[in-house]
Design a protein around this ligand. Structure first.
Ligand code: GLC
Length: 735
C-alpha cells in the first residue's frame, strides 16, 4: 500500500514538473507572437546550446532527390534540431510530419525551414527566365512568381532558391537559361520583380515564400561556358557587370542569397569574405542569411583552398556563409572550430540570428504547419494558367518575317513538321519543379485549336532532335509538297540547358538543319519555330527560312499563344534579352562591349563580326515610327535632373505592344565604358494609328554615372548621349 502511495506521489510530482516546464516553454518570450522579431530572436538565441546553434546552420534533404547533378545519400534519420530541409515532395503531409517532430520533440521547438528550386513555376510551369526577360514586362513576371509562390507554399515549401540573376554572355553555358540575359540592368529589374512576386508584402503570408538571390556572384562568367569552373573577374568588371542585380535584389528585400560554386579570380565565391561580408553584410546591410550552393563548401577542397572539410567549413563560415547545403561540413566541424577559437562565438551567434530571423519573419514559429488542401485547390488555377499563357505570349520573339509571310492567311494547308511539333516534355525546359509534361499544350495542339475550321493541318515528324536518321525526310517533303506553307518546329531537348549542360556549339544538331534544307527543295515557304534554353546559331537556317519565331521553352501554356501569333490573332512583342551570335565562334559577343582601339580593324577574317540578331531585336506585325528624342535641357549640372522623351506612333495596321529601350553612351570617362548601356525600358500598348510618349527621368549619377572597382558610383563632367534605337541626342554635364 505504502509503495503505491510513493509511486502515486512520484507521478504527481513528475507531471506537475512537466506542466510547469510546458508552461515555462509556452510562456517563453520567443514563443510570444506579440513580441518583436528581434526580441524573439535574442530570447531564443540566449537559450540555445552550441550544438543547437550549429544544427540551425545545416540543410539536409527530405523526399526523393530530383536533381541528378546532386545525387547524395539522403539522410534518413533527420534530427529534430535541423535548421532546414530541401523538400522534394509536392504534398505538405510529409513536411508537416517532420515539422511536428521538430516543433514538438526538440527542446526548444524551433521549426524547420523547407526550401526548394521553384525557378519558373512550381506546377504551373511558365517560360524559362531567359524568355521571361524577352517580354520586357516585369509586372507580368512578378505575377507569375506570385503564382509559383502560392503553389509552393501551399505544398509545404517556405523558401525558393530563386531568382537566379547571373549576367551571362556565353550561350554554351547551360545555365544561361536560368537568368535574365546579358545585361546587368535587365537582370536587376527582373530579379527585383521576381522577389516581389515570391515574397509579396509580407513573407509570413500563406501564399508567399522567401526568395534567394543566386548564385552570388559571377557564375555566368564560367570560362568557355563550362559549368562549375574558374571565372576571371576583375574588381572593375565585378562591379560594372555582375553586382548590380544583387545590390538591387537586396534592396528589393531578398530574404536570402546563395553562394556560388565558381572561383572568382582565385577566391571561390563560397569563401569570399569581400563579397559575402564586407559588401553584402556591412555595405549593403543584408540581415538575412547566405546558404551555400549544394556541396560548394566541401568543394573548396577540390578548388584547392582548403586541405580538408574542417578547413573548408572554417573558411566558408568566416567568409560569411551561414548555412551549409548538404555539405556535412558545418554539422561535423563547426562546434569544434568554435571550441578551438577558429570561429568566433560572436560570428556563430550572428549566423544563427540571421536564420532565426528569416524563420520568424516567415511566421514559422506561429504557424509551423502547412494547411491541408487538395491539388485542385493548389495547382493550375484558371488565373494561374492565364498568367502563364500571357507570359509565354509576350516572351516570343519574331526574329525574321520575309515579305510578311506571317501571319498566315486563312484557308491555308499547313505542313507541321519537326521534333518539337508534338513534344510536351521539352517545352518545360530545365528546373521544372513539379511541372507535368502532360499539362503542356503542344505547338501542334495550339495550331489545331487556332486553325480549326480555318485551315488544314498536315503532320510529319521529319527527324529526331539529333542523330543521323533521315528516314523521315521523304515523308516530310511529301507532306510539304501537299501544303501551301511549312511550319518547321525545331529546337533543343530540355536537358540540353540548365545545370551541368554545357555545349560546345549553340547550333542545333545538323540533322535538324538538313531537314530544313530538304524541305527547302519543295519550294514552299518555311516558317521556323525555335524552342531552346539558350541563344542559337542560326546563320544557315536563316538563309533557308522565310520567317523565324524564337519561342524559347514556354512552359505548359505556350502552344496557344504560339499559334495565335502564327495566325495573327496576337501581335508578337518579344525582344531579345541576349544576343544571338552569327556563330559560336563569336562568343562572347554582347551589346554592351567595351570600345575597341581600332574599330575599323580587328574583324574576323572568316565570318562577320556582328551578331545575327542583336540585343533587343524583335519584329512586330505592325510598324512603329519613332520621333526624335527630346530632352528638357542640353546642359545640366551633376545634381540636376533631366527628362528625355520620345513619341512612338503605330503606323501599321494592327494594335501592338512596343518596348522602348533607353541607352546612354559616355564617349570619354576615367574608366573605359561600354559602347552603350541600358538604363531603362518601358512597354506600352499602342493601338493602330495611336502615338504614345515614352519618358526617361534621368538622374545623372544613377543613369549617366558609372561604377569603379571599389563599387563607388561616380559621374563626371563631359559629353553624354541618350539613345533609343538609331536616335540619339547629346547633352553636356557640368560640375
Ligand atoms: C544546384 C544548383 C542551385 C540549386 C541547388 C539546390 O547545384 O547550383 O542553383 O538551387 O543545387 O538544388
Amino acid at each position: 500500500m505504502k509503495k503505491i502511495r510513493v509511486i502515486y506521489l512520484f507521478t504527481l510530482i513528475l507531471s506537475s514538473v512537466n506542466i510547469w516546464a510546458q508552461y515555462q516553454k509556452d510562456a517563453l518570450l520567443y514563443k510570444d507572437p506579440n513580441q518583436s522579431v528581434e526580441r524573439r530572436v535574442e530570447d531564443l538565441l540566449s537559450r540555445m546550446t552550441l550544438e543547437e546553434k550549429v544544427m540551425q546552420l545545416n540543410q539536409y534533404t527530405l523526399g526523393r532527390n530530383d536533381n541528378a547533378n546532386n545525387m547524395a545519400d539522403p539522410i534518413n534519420d533527420i534530427p529534430a534540431e535541423i535548421g532546414s530541409l530541401i523538400y522534394f515532395s509536392s504534398n505538405p503531409d510529409l513536411r508537416n510530419q517532420v515539422q511536428k517532430k521538430a516543433v514538438e520533440t526538440s527542446r526548444l521547438g524551433i521549426p524547420i525551414l523547407f526550401g526548394y528550386d521553384v525557378i519558373h513555376g512550381y506546377r504551373t510551369v511558365y517560360p524559362i527566365s531567359l524568355a521571361q526577360a524577352c517580354s520586357w514586362n516585369p509586372t507580368l513576371v512578378q505575377q507569375a512568381c506570385a503564382v509559383a509562390a502560392q503553389e509552393a507554399r501551399m505544398s509545404g515549401v517556405d523558401w525558393t532558391f530563386s531568382p537566379m540573376v547571373d549576367v551571362a554572355r556565353d550561350g554554351r553555358w547551360g545555365r544561361v537559361s536560368e537568368g535574365y540575359g546579358e545585361d546587368p540592368y535587365t537582370n536587376a529589374v527582373f530579379g527585383a520583380a521576381s522577389i516581389k512576386g515570391y515574397q509579396g508584402n509580407d513573407i509570413s503570408g500563406s501564399k508567399n515564400v522567401a526568395a534567394c538571390l543566386k548564385h552570388y556572384v559571377g557564375y555566368g562568367a564560367s570560362e568557355a561556358g563550362r559549368d562549375y569552373v574558374y571565372t576571371e573577374i576583375s574588381r572593375q568588371t565585378l562591379w560594372d557587370t555582375y553586382m548590380l542585380p544583387y545590390e538591387e535584389g537586396v534592396k528589393a528585400g531578398a530574404a536570402t542569397l546563395m553562394s556560388c560554386f565558381n572561383d572568382i579570380s582565385g577566391t571561390p565565391g563560397t569563401a569570399n569574405h569581400y563579397i559575402l561580408t564586407e559588401i553584402l553584410k556591412k555595405r549593403w546591410g543584408h540581415d538575412g542569411f547566405v546558404v551555400s550552393d549544394w556541396g560548394a563548401i566541401e568543394q573548396l577542397r577540390s578548388q584547392g583552398v582548403a586541405k580538408d572539410r574542417k578547413e573548408a567549413a572554417m573558411k566558408a563560415f568566416n567568409a560569411g556563409v551561414e548555412m551549409d547545403m548538404m555539405n556535412q561540413c558545418y554539422n561535423n566541424h563547426l562546434a569544434t572550430l568554435v571550441k578551438e577559437g577558429k570561429v568566433s562565438e560572436e560570428l556563430l551567434n550572428d549566423a544563427v540570428k540571421r536564420v532565426l530571423r528569416v524563420k520568424f519573419r516567415l511566421g514559422l514559429f506561429d504557424n509551423p504547419y502547412t494547411p491541408s488542401s487538395t491539388e485542385k485547390e493548389r495547382f493550375l488555377l484558371p488565373e494561374s494558367l492565364k498568367i502563364a499563357e500571357k507570359l509565354a505570349e509576350e516572351s516570343i520573339v519574331l526574329l525574321k518575317n520575309e515579305d510578311n509571310v506571317l501571319p498566315l492567311k486563312n484557308g491555308s494547308k499547313i505542313a507541321v513538321v519537326g521534333p518539337m511539333a508534338k513534344s510536351q516534355w521539352h517545352l518545360l525546359g530545365s528546373w521544372r519543379a513539379h511541372g507535368n509534361a502532360e499539362d503542356a499544350v503542344t505547338i501542334y495542339a495550339g495550331l489545331e485549336n487556332e486553325f480549326k475550321n480555318r485551315a488544314r493541318l498536315l503532320y510529319a515528324s521529319g527527324c529526331d532532335f539529333d542523330g543521323e536518321d533521315k528516314s523521315g525526310f521523304e515523308e516530310a517533303k511529301a507532306t510539304a509538297r501537299d501544303a501551301d506553307v511549312i511550319i518547321a518546329c525545331l529546337g533543343e531537348k530540355a536537358q540540353w540547358s540548365g545545370e551541368n549542360a554545357s555545349r560546345s556549339t549553340i547550333a542545333l544538331p545538323s540533322i535538324q538543319e538538313e531537314l530544313v534544307a530538304a524541305l527547302k527543295e519543295t519550294g514552299k515557304p518555311i516558317i521556323l519555330l525555335l524552342s531552346s534554353g539558350r541563344p542559337l546559331e542560326l546563320n544557315r537556317l536563316e538563309k533557308l527560312s522565310d520567317a523565324m519565331l524564337q519561342v524559347w521553352q514556354p512552359g505548359i501554356a505556350g502552344g496557344n499563344p504560339i499559334a495565335g501569333i502564327i495566325a495573327g490573332r496576337i501581335n508578337p512583342s518579344g525582344k531579345l534579352s541576349i544576343t544571338f551570335p552569327y556563330s559560336t565562334g563569336q562568343i562572347p559577343i554582347y551589346y554592351n562591349q567595351r570600345k575597341s582601339g581600332r574599330t575599323h580593324q580587328g574583324k574576323y577574317q572568316d565570318i562577320p563580326s556582328t551578331p545575327l540578331y542583336g540585343f533587343a531585336h524583335g519584329l512586330s506585325y505592325t510598324n512603329y515610327e519613332y520621333g526624335d528624342i527630346k530632352i528638357s535641357s542640353e546642359k545640366i549640372r551633376k545634381k540636376d535632373k533631366l527628362t528625355a522623351e520620345i513619341a512612338v506612333t503605330n503606323t501599321g495596321g494592327m494594335d501592338g505592344m512596343e518596348t522602348v529601350h533607353w541607352f546612354i553612351y559616355d564617349p570619354v570617362s576615367t574608366t573605359s565604358r561600354p559602347v552603350k548601356e541600358l538604363k531603362l525600358f518601358e512597354k506600352q500598348l499602342i493601338r493602330e494609328g495611336e502615338t504614345k510618349v515614352f519618358r526617361f527621368e534621368i538622374d545623372p549619377l544613377r543613369d549617366l554615372g558609372f561604377i569603379d572597382g571599389n563599387g563607388d558610383r561616380f559621374v563626371e563632367a563631359g559629353e553624354y548621349y541618350v539613345m533609343v534605337n538609331d536616335k540619339k541626342v547629346k547633352l553636356e554635364v557640368e560640375d
